[in-house]
Design a protein around this ligand. Structure first.
Ligand code: PAF
Length: 282
């Protein structure tokens, strides 16, 4: 097994990434917040297909959490994560501390628009995507990545990152990776660990209702009616629904002509204080 290096300072990180760039290697990056599961491993596998060397970053980014969100309780499992990454043959793990990422005096952030203002996650998590974009831009600069893999599970995030890289001319190829699911359909997420046994039994309904809505749209139901029915079914099952909407899959704008647009159905719903998100193509 090849040796996996762990960097905790910018200097340690640059030691290898500069050498890799001099050798002309394409660096692939998988940005994560740790608590790694099979979904992350699918991102690593995909990044490896497009790159000569692969780096994974683990950083729970305070900038993308709202004041009442789960920053403090977000699972942190460094040793387990490193063991998993070693097993899949990652070359470098980037583990910055908060002070390394945001040193005293830090004052520059990215403000994203377009898909970041679609009225979906952004409506419920103000400032979230500015925080994501800022850290991802820094991670791209720090690692010199030319390819980066992001999961479709965070579909709005994927489009926001694509938009940002295009708008700011970042030379990074953004690769989207399909959502990895449990056998019962629940999308893998580090936040699934918060679910009680009862909530865990209800959670797969989210995917089931999205699937049912997508099928009914394909059978001719209007996007509005299908989304309304899915929302109703989720509320009946015990979810509190933040949003359940069908949007244009490329822009996340409202659908104007459902027969001629590519569509995506996206939802966020809470079971107790656990917030789940999911989406599928129609
Ligand atoms: O998707 C995530 O885990 C995070 O939003 C990311 C992309 C690592 C940025 O902190």
């Amino acid at each position: 097994m090849k040796k996996m290096e762990v960097a905790r300072t910018i200097e340690e990180l640059r030691l290898h990434t500069d050498a890799w760039r001099d050798l002309g290697y394409v660096i692939g990056l998988v940005p994560t917040m740790g608590a790694l599961h099979a979904g992350h491993m699918a991102l690593v596998e995909e990044a490896k297909k497009h790159a000569d060397v692969t780096a994974v970053s683990i950083f729970v980014n305070p900038l993308q959490f709202g004041r009442n969100e789960d920053f403090d309780r977000y699972p942190r499992r460094e040793e387990e994560d490193l063991a998993k990454l070693r097993e899949v043959g990652v070359d470098r793990v980037w583990l910055p501390t908060r002070d390394v990422m945001y040193p005293p005096g830090f004052a520059t952030t990215i403000r994203v628009g377009g898909p970041a203002r679609a009225g979906l996650e952004d409506a419920h998590r103000p400032g979230h995507f500015d925080g994501v974009a800022t850290v991802v831009a820094k991670l791209f600069n720090q690692t010199g990545a030319r390819v980066a893999a992001f999961g479709e599970k965070d579909y709005q995030q994927l489009l926001v990152i694509r938009r940002m890289t295009r708008d700011l001319d970042m030379p990074v190829n953004i690769v989207g990776v399909p959502t990895v699911r449990e056998d019962d359909g629940l999308a893998l997420s580090s936040r699934n660990a918060y679910l009680t046994a009862e909530q865990r039994r209800t959670a797969p309904r989210l995917y089931a209702e999205l699937t049912r809505a997508a099928e009914s749209i394909r059978a001719g139901t209007s996007v509005e009616a299908a989304a309304f029915n899915a929302r109703q079914a989720l509320e009946d099952a015990g979810f509190t629904v933040d949003y359940c909407e069908v949007r244009n899959a490329e822009t996340l704008k409202s659908v104007k002509d459902q027969r001629h647009e590519s569509l995506r159905i996206l939802a966020a719903a809470r079971l107790g204080d656990v917030r789940l998100i999911d989406n599928i193509p129609v």
